[in-house]
Design a protein around this ligand. Structure first.
Ligand code: SAM
Length: 226
């Protein structure tokens, strides 16, 4: 086994990798940074084609060097120095594609998806999304755009909480703004995450320019009776 196939992922990226099924033709590891997730998926032969996408050119040069070294002669990996909003999905319109975007701010993610989602119309595309912060706003946006839920979960890593949201544009269950099936209130970490989230929005009420009463109520409504 090569050095690369032993890539060890942190908990958050491991959970994302575990959600990835085996039936995709193309997987896009977007905002890939050093490409850890994509390398793991490539090592496990999770799709016919694995695409590494980031906007910072030196990162892609580093990844391409590794790929050439460890996967020379194999043609199912691709590197793209590209804004995620401009993913070239159309050439693969008859194939099943998974777009993974993790580790960027939720508001930036909404901005990227505003451009990207219309490009997925009539294509067979799913997304796995895991932003840093602003889950409520992202979920609200996804719902408004007619995306449906496939799966969702909460991940705790290094004292922080992340949501991982697997969706499909145009089909699936409605997406809750505060999450639904991901919550397990017998899990102490989930209770902590909910309390932290409510406290976060309660602190924001001190800012007269932000109306967060809707968020506070929605999260409070989740609180299980004691
Ligand atoms: C913190 S890393 C995330 C790495 C990995 N996805 C994760 O979840 O751990 C964020 C990456 O997003 C990239 N990025 C930010 N905006 C981007 C955009 N519009 N298009 C492509 N990459 C972008 C940055 O260059 C950086 O490498």
């Amino acid at each position: 086994m090569s050095e690369l196939k032993k890539v060890k992922l942190g908990k958050r990226l491991s959970v994302i990798a575990a959600l990835v099924g085996d039936d995709y033709d193309h997987i896009w590891d977007c905002c890939c940074d050093h490409g850890l997730l994509g390398l793991q998926l490539l090592g496990k032969s999770k799709a016919k084609h694995i695409h590494f996408v980031d906007i910072v050119s030196p990162l892609l040069i580093e990844i391409e060097t590794k790929l050439k070294r460890f996967y020379q002669g194999e043609h199912h990996w691709h590197v793209h120095c590209l804004d995620v909003a401009l993913l070239p999905l159309q050439p693969y319109k008859n194939e099943k594609q998974l777009i993974i975007i993790a580790g960027i701010g939720g508001l930036l993610l909404v901005k990227l998806l505003t451009t990207l989602l219309p490009l997925t119309k009539a294509l067979n595309v799913e997304f796995i999304l895991s932003p840093v912060h602003h889950h409520y706003q992202l979920r609200h946006f996804l719902n408004e755009k007619g995306c449906g839920l496939i799966d969702e979960c909460i991940v705790a890593e290094n004292g922080r909480f992340y949501e991982v949201i697997h969706i499909k544009p145009g089909s699936g269950l409605p997406i809750s703004r505060v999450g639904d099936k991901m919550w397990d209130f017998s899990n102490v970490q989930h209770q902590t995450y909910l309390q932290q989230t409510i406290s976060h929005y309660q602190r924001l009420t001190k800012n007269p320019n932000s109306d967060v009463s809707e968020m506070i109520k929605a999260y409070q409504d989740l609180t299980p009776p004691v």
